[in-house]
Design a protein around this ligand. Structure first.
Ligand SMILES: NC(=O)c1ccc[n+]([C@@H]2O[C@H](COP(=O)([O-])OP(=O)(O)OC[C@H]3O[C@@H](n4cnc5c(N)ncnc54)[C@H](OP(=O)(O)O)[C@@H]3O)[C@@H](O)[C@H]2O)c1
Length: 248
């Protein structure tokens, strides 16, 4: 079994839950955070225990410096260091530019971009203390292409996450590797409204040469590879989990 300490933001449901389970099954000690959905966090913990893993959770609003600091103190009282930070928490705002208010724009940036900045900066001393360490940011294909889904603020925020990933890979080397994953459609609450009928689902699947949409576990596998020492010479990369969509 692998040994090490992992923090996953937004680990209570969706992609985050699959990431928590992936690391817990491999033997890592996993810390994860939720924002509003404590019941989902409890369910994730139950699933981890059922799989014979070890995890615990706390609340953290990634956009609130005081909340991030509280979570840091909580992790620090339970672990000597962090080997892996997965910046997974994020929100989607659906809307073209003309349907996006300044408040919508700022909210998306506060969670998706400032959140990654705050959490990374706050937990960096714990990562630096580890014998090996890496960060994986959950970006999106929306930050790489003019997305088919109308989401101006979201696309811009995920492009910012990719830029931050590339810069931090240089800045934090050689102590900490920094990579990102860029999923396309993943079957979670976030895109539920876009795939909630067989017809919508079929149309979403047809965007991808592999003729399907991703499962949370598909993304978790990519995150696990980029986070752990099997990818020791890979940093600053963005791994698409997109069924071939970007190359189509
Ligand atoms: N689903 C997709 O198709 C897709 C595609 C590409 C990229 N992504 C990215 O993948 C990541 C996970 O998305 P998902 O699909 O799993 O979405 P989801 O099911 O909606 O889950 C979002 C997660 O983020 C947490 N969160 C939201 N606001 C937060 C805040 N202010 N502070 C801390 N945590 C917060 C939520 O916590 P609560 O449960 O407590 O609210 C939840 O754990 C996101 O970064 C998303 O942009 C998703």
């Amino acid at each position: 079994m692998a040994e090490g300490y992992v923090l996953v933001t937004g680990g209570d449901r969706g992609i985050g839950r699959a990431i928590v389970l992936r690391f817990a099954r491999a033997g890592y000690t996993v810390f994860f955070t939720y924002h509003r959905n404590r019941e989902a966090a409890e369910e994730t913990l139950r699933l981890v225990r059922e799989a014979g893993g070890e995890a615990s959770y706390t609340r953290m609003d990634v956009s609130d410096p005081a909340s991030v600091e509280e979570a840091r103190a909580w992790v620090e009282s339970r672990a000597p260091h962090l080997n892996v930070l997965v910046n997974n928490a994020g929100i989607l705002h659906l809307g073209a530019l003309e349907e996006t208010s300044l408040e919508d724009w700022e909210m998306v940036f506060r969670v998706n971009v400032t959140g990654v900045f705050l959490v990374t900066k706050t937990f960096l001393p714990l990562l630096r203390r580890a014998p090996w360490a890496s960060i994986v940011n959950v970006a999106s294909i929306a930050g790489q292409t003019g997305n088919v889904v109308a989401s101006a603020a979201y696309s811009a925020s995920k492009a910012a996450v990719i830029g931050l990933t590339r810069r931090l890979a240089v800045e934090l080397a050689p102590a900490v590797r920094v990579n990102a994953v860029a999923p396309s459609f993943v079957e979670t609450d976030m895109v539920k409204a876009l795939i909630d009928t067989p017809e919508k689902r079929r149309r979403a699947a047809e965007l991808h040469p592999l003729r399907d949409i991703a499962r949370p576990e598909d993304v978790a596998e990519a995150v696990y590879f980029l986070a752990t020492p099997q990818s020791r010479f890979i940093t600053g990369q963005v791994l698409g989990v997109n069924g071939g969509r970007l190359t189509a």
